[in-house]
Design a protein around this ligand. Structure first.
Ligand code: ZN
Ligand code: ZN
Length: 254
């Protein structure tokens, strides 16, 4: 399974080239996209034909995680031949996009939207595991793996989405997993009332779940990158810790 970071930005930033959350996972000819935030559609379309996506899975309804479903919908509608893509997300997703475009049924014109449910399900060769996380009223974290011969892959990718309580992810992670984890508040601390994570919380999570590796993302502007990585490494020394940007690619599991 290959991970391509399409967008790794937070809600806003002064970092040129940064775009909203979007993580492409491919295995053989199959593909799954986790989130599709602001400005990430062009880079996605440079990596594959977006019509070929097996599904887009949306973690929550903040625009930096889903708003580029608008250009995806346009692409599917106006490129020849017209096509459709499956989208799984929090309840209300289609209504948000319809309202933005001022047209009831606009989303359903090209996107097959279905509500995310907690638990495990198969999407092509991928196993998707979904848990609720503390952020908005309806926010989710994911684990993706590629089981072989019905046996679960021992190594998977755990994606935090946006998450205000690192312990919410404990139920998803297995020893050796790669954590793709938001670190909005850098070395910390998290601002009062903000439902996000900082480096110390991510480092402790990684140590607790015996992660194999940590990929940091969603760093807000103004925070130092090196200090952020160091704040995780100070608590987790079992594997590499990196802060990812668009263009980052790696192999996960088998
Ligand atoms: Zn976000
Ligand atoms: Zn958010």
């Amino acid at each position: 399974m290959r991970l391509s970071v399409v967008g790794a930005g937070p809600a806003y930033t002064d970092r040129p080239g940064s775009s909203g959350a979007a993580y492409l996972i491919r295995s053989d000819a199959k593909s799954l996209l986790l989130d599709l935030g602001q400005g990430s559609f062009p880079r996605l379309a440079g990596l594959l034909d977006p019509a070929a996506l097996d599904a887009v899975v949306v973690s929550h309804l903040h625009p930096d995680h889903f708003i580029d479903l608008v250009p995806l919908r346009h692409y599917l509608c106006y490129e020849e031949p017209p096509s459709r893509v499956r989208v799984m997300g929090p309840a209300g997703l289609a209504g948000r996009l319809d309202a933005l475009n001022g047209a009831a049924g606009w989303t359903a014109g090209s996107l097959d939207v279905e509500p995310l449910v907690e638990g495990r399900q198969a999407i092509g060769p991928f196993e998707l595991e979904v848990v609720r996380v503390t952020h908005t009223d309806s926010s989710f974290g994911f684990r993706v793996s590629t089981p072989t011969d019905g046996r679960p892959d021992p190594i998977g990718l755990v994606y935090s989405g946006d998450c205000g309580r690192a312990e919410d992810l404990d139920a998803l992670a297995r020893p050796g997993d790669t954590l793709l984890c938001e670190v909005s508040f850098g070395p910390g601390p998290v601002a009062a009332g903000a439902q996000h994570l900082d480096g110390p919380a991510v480092g402790e999570l990684a140590r607790r779940v015996e992660a194999g590796r940590v990929l940091l993302t969603h760093l807000q502007m103004g925070f130092d990158r090196t200090a952020t990585i160091d704040s995780v490494r100070a608590r987790f020394d079992r594997g590499p810790v990196e802060l990812v940007d668009p263009g980052f690619e790696t192999t996960i599991g088998s």
